[in-house]
Structures are given as structure tokens and as C-alpha cells.
Design a protein around this ligand. Sequence first.
Ligand SMILES: C[S@@+](CC[C@H](N)C(=O)[O-])C[C@H]1O[C@@H](n2cnc3c(N)ncnc32)[C@H](O)[C@@H]1O
Length: 206
Amino acid sequence: MGIKDQTIMMGAEIGSEMKPHLTQAHAQWKQFLKKDDLAIDATCGNGQDTLFLTDLCEVVGLDIQPAAIQQTRERLHKKGQEAQLFLHPHEQIDTLPLPRAPRLIVYNLGYLPGGDKTRTTMTETTLISVKKGLTLLAPDGAVSITCYPGHTEGAREEQALEQWAASLPKDQWLVCHHKWLNRLDAPSWLWISAITNGSTDYTETI
Ligand SMILES: C[S@@+](CC[C@H](N)C(=O)[O-])C[C@H]1O[C@@H](n2cnc3c(N)ncnc32)[C@H](O)[C@@H]1O
């Protein structure tokens, strides 16, 4: 997929209303994923994102907390949906038994809503995971990361991810960080997708 197509998918058309981070992310996943794709939810939490993804394609989900895996399992069961769920740290994403290369890997960082706030995602392990994730993706795959800079570790995590993502080779990756500049505590959304047609023409003006 070329940069122009992807930019249109990012909701960047003039006049389109900008939406909160998760609404933007969900809309992007919906447009991006095809039925035969595999998506990984690297942080299942209470399973809302996992459930959303199961409507779009085959899904593998993971979390380090048994409570999160259980909540996700129950949420899917109630809706008659299925996903392969693993109690597994995302920094070891490369050791998961995957049926094929994922086209999308989703990270919703932070801690389990209503759960133990100390079991939050951590800057160092998230970076390890996302870097591994890029190597696992299908050739036209993408990584979607929602960040929560409103708490101390979340702010470090967002800053480290943005710094690393900004250094990715521009002829290989499209990197876009959606954040509200006058609400620096608000969640943000980072999208990293592979450029498959070799185009580097991102300077087009209208
Ligand atoms: C904000 S919640 C995810 C919300 C979820 N996507 C949803 O829709 O409900 C973040 C989750 O990341 C999990 N987590 C923290 N560190 C992790 C790690 N190293 N590997 C996998 N999951 C982790 C936490 O246990 C928590 O459930």
C-alpha cells in the first residue's frame, strides 16, 4: 500500500472531524484489515480491543495477567467470538506459536482498567516488543500503539516510542503520531506501517 492511500485511511481528508485516540485506531483497523488477516492484540486487558478485532479477522491475544485473559475470554464468549489467548509477555512476542505472519499488532499500553496499576506496561519491555513486532509483520503489515502519558511510566513510554519510531527509515515505514498538542496528558495513538511500493513521495501538496 502506498503512502497516499494510507494517508487517506488515516482520516486526514480536509474537513473530516478528528476523533479520540481509540475511535481513530478502531476506524483505522477496520479499514486496514481483511478477513484472511491475522491480528495480534499484545495487551488484551479486559478484552474490548480483542473483541473489536475478532469482527475483522483471526486474532491472537496475550496479556501477563490471568485476570485479563479471563476477562477477555468471557467477553468473547458472551458475543460468540473466538481468539487464541495466551498468558504471555509481549516482549516475548517472537516465541508465540503463530499460524502465519500478523498483518496488524495492536498495543493498548498502561494498566488493566480497574486492576493493579503496578502491572503497567514498561518502557523497556514495550520497546523490545514493538521492535520484535516489526520483524514479525506480514510485508504490508502495521503496528498500532495507544499511549497513556497521563501517568509517569506512560509518559516515559510515549516519549521513548516516539523517539524510536521517528528514527525508522522513511522509505520502509510510514510513522504517524496522533496527539493533542494542548492536552499533553491525553492518550495518543502511534501508527507504524510498512511501505510496500517503495514510494517516498510524501511531500505532495494539494
Ligand atoms: C490498558 S490495558 C489494555 C486494554 C485492552 N486493550 C482493552 O481493550 O481492554 C494494558 C494491559 O497490558 C497488560 N500488560 C502489561 N505488561 C504486559 C506485558 N509485558 N505483556 C503483555 N501484557 C502486558 C496489562 O496486564 C493490562 O491488562
